[in-house]
Design a protein around this ligand. Structure first.
Ligand code: ZN
Length: 254
């Protein structure tokens, strides 16, 4: 697959600090299918689309890293946000922030929880967005399934048909989840464009001018996975991995 890379996905307005210091539970990623107030419910949380996507993400991630991500063992939740598609899209670069604020008001602010949100609404800026702590605090990694910008129509991006082979929507969601976990850190040698690497268009976290063809996670271990460095966050030490690594670290400022 060759497509314009995700870019500008870490623009946003930071949220206040969370309440995780008092929590002792495991870190977990919860899956949410979110609709704007006037959006068409395509039941992606119930028809297996998101569950298959999750399975394909886990299989690919495990093949790359030897670990799985700590997705909650629970059904996909569906939430309707109390604002119209147009009003949310009017936020421009801050659609993700708005989704996070609106969903928090509806109870989606559990401790030690990262929310993977498939938002069935539009954006004129991007097909997705992530937090990027510590610069951009937040707990929501989102895809904008009806986004459209430049020549990109996000609705044309495919989901895994079989829960095994990842398609572009699986790579996009993993990309936004890793942003929300704090990757790529600014201290990484190939860091560029607020949370991306610029040297390899096959990297999951790539952004740049040549098209994105995601197939690997930091294959030379230079930037964010098994770098051997302790001065910058490393995916191999993340508290969101299962099995939990020795010396597991939460994302910055969690
Ligand atoms: Zn990005």
């Amino acid at each position: 697959m060759n497509r314009p890379p995700l870019d500008r996905c870490t623009d946003g307005l930071p949220l206040p600090p969370g309440d995780d210091l008092d929590s002792v539970g495991p870190f977990v990623i919860r899956c949410v299918y979110a609709l704007p107030r006037d959006g068409t419910d395509r039941r992606l949380g119930e028809d297996g689309t998101i569950s298959r996507s999750l399975s394909a993400m886990q299989a690919w991630f495990a093949a790359q890293t030897g670990a799985r991500l700590r997705f909650a063992d629970e059904p996909v939740r569906t939430v309707r946000l109390p604002e119209t598609d147009a009003r949310i899209a009017d936020r421009g670069s801050y659609v993700r922030d708005r989704i996070e604020r609106l969903s928090r008001r509806q109870g989606f602010h559990e401790p030690r929880t990262l929310y993977a949100v498939w938002y069935d609404g539009s954006s004129t800026i991007s097909c997705g967005g992530g937090a990027w702590p510590p610069e951009l605090r937040g707990r929501v990694a989102a895809l904008y399934l009806q986004g459209a910008y430049d020549d990109v129509v996000c609705a044309e991006d495919r989901f895994s048909p079989d829960g095994v082979a990842p398609e572009i929507n699986e790579f996009k969601m993993l990309h936004e989840i890793l942003h929300t976990m704090g990757f790529v850190p600014p201290g990484a040698p190939h860091h560029t464009r607020a949370g991306h690497v610029g040297d390899n268009h096959n990297d999951l976290m790539y952004a740049g001018d040549p098209p994105w063809n995601p197939s690997v996670i930091d294959p030379y271990h230079q930037d964010y996975f098994r770098t051997g460095r302790t001065d910058i966050p490393d995916l191999a030490r993340s508290s969101f991995l299962d099995p939990l690594p020795a010396g597991a670290e939460p994302p910055p400022v969690w």
